[in-house]
Design a protein around this ligand. Structure first.
Ligand SMILES: Cc1cc2nc3c(=O)[nH]c(=O)nc-3n(C[C@H](O)[C@H](O)[C@H](O)COP(=O)(O)O)c2cc1C
Length: 196
């Protein structure tokens, strides 16, 4: 099963990098599959460590794919690195082995430490819709505009029915990114909730 998480890594000089990533979890390991080029890949190869953050704050997913990467972190417990302040739980990882690939290398990481910080509050359809839309936005250059508008029209239903402020903010960032890539594709861009 692939879990949609936020991976935090650090450069050799200590700069924290935040990136949403789908990871494959087993009992002892977590597999990361970053597409080249990737800061996450470079950081893991140079430090041998990463942190996987489990969070329901979908602003981080939407923010990272729309250029908002400055999310609060605190130092990791065991590895050299950082975890998100808003993570409900996190796993700290050390590199076991890498399988190189010109397109998408695989980084097999050992789970060396885990910690819990908050309770999971249940599924929310708007959060799932934001994740799907964030994946679309991360592939804007590869997808047909018609596919994007069709999928956004469907995902919008869950957002309108079930979102809170956090999900609405994340959704707006994603729609703005689509609108600037494909002007006029989305008919009714909502107003920023803060401006209403
Ligand atoms: C839900 C979600 C899952 C993603 N999963 C991956 C992934 O498994 N591998 C990847 O390279 N990028 C993935 N992306 C896109 C990356 O977050 C984005 O391209 C990021 O900038 C990775 O490159 P970086 O390591 O240079 O930051 C995902 C994006 C989203 C929204």
């Amino acid at each position: 099963m692939i879990h949609e998480t936020v991976v935090t890594t650090t450069s050799p000089d200590g700069v924290v990098h935040v990136a949403p990533m789908g990871v494959t979890v087993t009992r002892d390991t977590i597999l990361l599959k970053p597409f080249r080029p990737s800061v996450t890949l470079d950081n893991v190869l140079s430090t041998g460590a990463a942190v996987v953050n489990y969070t329901t704050d979908v602003r981080i997913f939407a923010g990272c794919v729309t250029g908002r990467r400055d999310w609060a972190t605190v130092p990791a417990d065991v590895v050299t690195g950082a975890r998100l302040v808003s993570s409900l739980a996190h796993s700290e990882l050390r590199l076991l082995e890498q399988q190189d690939d010109p397109l998408r290398p695989q980084l097999l990481m050992r789970r060396v430490h885990e910690s819990h910080h908050g309770a999971f509050q249940g599924f929310n359809r708007a959060q799932a819709a934001v994740l799907e839309a964030a994946v679309l936005v991360s592939r804007l250059g590869m997808l047909e505009p018609a596919k994007i508008s069709h999928e956004i029209a469907y995902l919008r239903i869950a957002v309108e029915k079930t979102a809170g402020d956090v999900e609405r903010q994340a959704w707006l960032w994603l729609l703005e990114a689509i609108d600037s890539h494909h002007p006029g594709l989305l008919p009714d861009l909502p107003q920023d909730p803060k401006e209403r």
